[in-house]
Design a protein around this ligand. Structure first.
Ligand code: PEP
Ligand code: MG
Length: 582
């Protein structure tokens, strides 16, 4: 195998975010608001001539992109750019801008952006799906024109074409989903941690990813060959021939390990001494059900319902939600589906929820829903209507105490009664649960357990809040340590409270799908683990090849560990003996 070129290999370390290895050319995604200056100009006709030039340049740029996509993908993918070219020919838009420049005497960028935004807003509010989607086209094309007017590089706005490694300072979950649609090979970011939502999304989309790579954007330029090792958290720029050969071997070893685990996916979920456990899937929409069922999930343990809101970048209607939810419940074919009610906020931003100094501790999740029945009611109605197709549970995110749980439950029961009056009958009673992901909820777990049907532990947030470490901040990523004594002890207390109240307890945070953690969680008392579907084969294999007695012993030893390092060593040693062929 040939090396990518003769330049020296550069190795950059980050946090392993999603497994897999990919090698492709780099595409640097530069983000940021386009700042448009506003000033009075004396020469409106001169400004209009600049607009003409920018329109021509944009036409050329789009035509080039169109050809490129047609060559690398196909004609039908390229057709999107025909629609973009039509936006540039829109006489009404150009006329409006012309009038605005002559009337106001302001610079062309300012007038152009104002008119374009009006168009985007109008289309974004259209009832018709097709017309509403045009808003994105107009945003894309007018953004390009604006960049030409401002003399900025257009590359940042171009769509990612074909299999490239995308590098960015940071990515939102929505952008990550967009990258998947664009068919990227892998992604790497400077910011972020293992449990930031873009990393979680990468795992569920099965895109190799490394996050939190310091100095990334300076070390790489567009077109560099980059190798991404999503398991080791390593990015290799200009990999040498020797590195590429080593990676070929590694890929083969990974494939054979995977084959062995896949061979056991349909076997019973019981430890080798007969203790039964349940493995479930974390999903963000119906499109992830195929993987969930393919990897033999026993149901959905966490449906992140906010993904629909983020995908459409708007508040969806009850009917829109119902259609998605009903599809998931139908696809589950009688397996239980646990809906997590809307958890927007934090790093999952929408509309005016952006403007908070401390969004992870701000107006988020159930706090917002309880205050905005116009958002909460349609969602609950949609879930309850979907429960006529199969068994459904509902859990509330970010519960901080008993009062909040009572309030959420009361609202749910009110909506349920309303629907019963309309003749809606769930196939089975809907169970109501609390997510335990805030330290106050963990401490109030005995009382909470008496007032709900199940617990689901959100370890991503629980670790963040317990240790006061932002889960998406690279600078403190090394302090985000689930092996911290406080985390293990808190988990044991939550599971103990569930046991006393005789309610089931699941773990749906990323630790549930981590092979090093799964045996400890069962040993500490969890009954169910819910994870990204691709993690199911390995976790199932590991648990089936261990005894529950060993897991309980592991838990006891972890609970008396002197420090995090000792716990980490314990977990690593356990996995290593169980997965010897790794
Ligand atoms: C969690 O916090 O562990 C969790 C499952 O929810 P999210 O990652 O969506 O915050
Ligand atoms: Mg959470």
């Amino acid at each position: 195998m040939q090396g990518s070129d003769h330049r020296a290999e550069i190795r950059l370390n980050g946090t392993a975010a999603a497994p897999g290895v990919a090698r492709a050319t780099a595409y640097l995604l530069r983000q940021g608001q386009t700042m448009v200056p506003c000033r009075q100009v004396g020469d409106p006709e001169g400004e209009l001539a600049r607009l003409d030039a920018a329109l021509s340049a944009t036409r050329l740029e789009i035509a080039r992109l169109r050809d490129d996509v047609a060559r690398k993908l196909n004609e039908s993918e390229a057709a999107i750019f025909d629609a973009h070219l039509l936006v540039l020919e829109d006489v009404a838009l150009i006329d409006e801008v012309t009038k605005e420049v002559r009337r106001s005497g302001f610079n062309i960028e300012f007038c152009f952006q104002g008119v374009a935004q009006r168009y985007i807003d109008i289309f974004a509010q259209m009832e018709d799906d097709f017309l509403r989607e045009r808003a994105a086209d107009i945003r894309d094309v007018t953004g390009r024109v604006l960049h030409h007017l401002l003399g900025m590089a257009p590359a940042a706005l171009g769509p990612i074409v074909g299999r490239q490694v995308v590098l960015a300072v940071d990515l939102t979950p929505t952008e990550t989903a967009g990258l998947h649609e664009g068919g990227v090979a892998a992604f790497v970011t400077e910011e972020g941690g293992r449990t930031s939502h873009s990393a979680i999304m990468a795992r569920s989309l099965d895109i190799p990813a490394v996050v939190g790579v310091k100095g990334l954007m300076e070390a790489v330029v567009d077109g560099d060959v980059v190798l991404v090792d999503g398991e080791a958290g390593l990015v290799i720029v200009h990999p040498s021939a020797a590195t590429l050969a080593a990676y070929l071997d590694k890929e083969q070893a990974l494939r054979s390990r995977r084959d062995r685990m896949m061979g056991e996916i349909a076997l019973p979920e019981a430890t080798s001494d007969g203790a039964v456990f349940t493995l479930l899937a974390n999903i963000g929409g119906p499109e992830e059900m195929e993987d969930a069922l393919g990897y033999h999930a026993r149901g959905v343990g966490l449906y992140r319902t906010e993904n629909l809101y983020l995908r459409i970048d708007d508040w969806p209607s009850e009917q829109q939600q119902f259609e998605e939810y009903a599809e998931v419940v139908r696809l589950a074919q009688g397996r239980p589906v646990t809906f997590r009610t809307l958890d927007i906020g934090g790093d999952k931003r929408l509309g005016d929820l952006n403007d908070e100094a401390n969004p992870f501790m701000g107006y988020r999740a159930v706090r917002m829903c309880l205050e905005r029945p116009e958002i909460f009611r349609p969602q609950l109605r949609a879930i309850i209507r979907a429960s006529t197709f199969g068994p459904v549970s509902v859990m509330f995110p970010m519960i901080s105490g008993v009062e909040e749980l009572r309030q959420a439950k009361a609202f749910f029961r009110q909506v349920e009664a309303e629907l019963a009056g309309e003749g809606v009958r769930p196939v089975a009673p809907i169970r109501l649960g609390a997510m335990i992901e805030i330290p106050s909820a963990a401490l109030a777990a005995p009382e909470l357990a008496r007032e709900c049907d199940f617990f689901s532990v959100g370890t991503n947030d629980l670790v963040q809040y317990l240790l006061a470490v932002d889960r998406g901040n690279r600078r403190v990523a090394s302090l985000y340590d689930p092996c911290h004594l406080a985390v293990v002890r808190t988990l044991a207390q939550i599971f103990g409270a569930a046991r006393t109240a005789r309610i089931p307890v699941a773990v749906c945070g990323e630790l549930g799908g981590d092979p090093a953690w799964a045996p400890l969680l069962l040993g500490l008392g969890a009954h169910e683990l819910s994870m990204t579907p691709a993690a199911l084969p390995e976790v199932r294999f590991l648990l089936r090849h261990s005894t529950h007695a060993e897991m309980r012993e592991l838990a006891e030893r972890a609970l008396s560990s002197p420090d995090a390092a000792a716990t980490r060593a314990l977990l690593a040693a356990f996995v290593a003996t169980k997965l010897k062929f790794r």
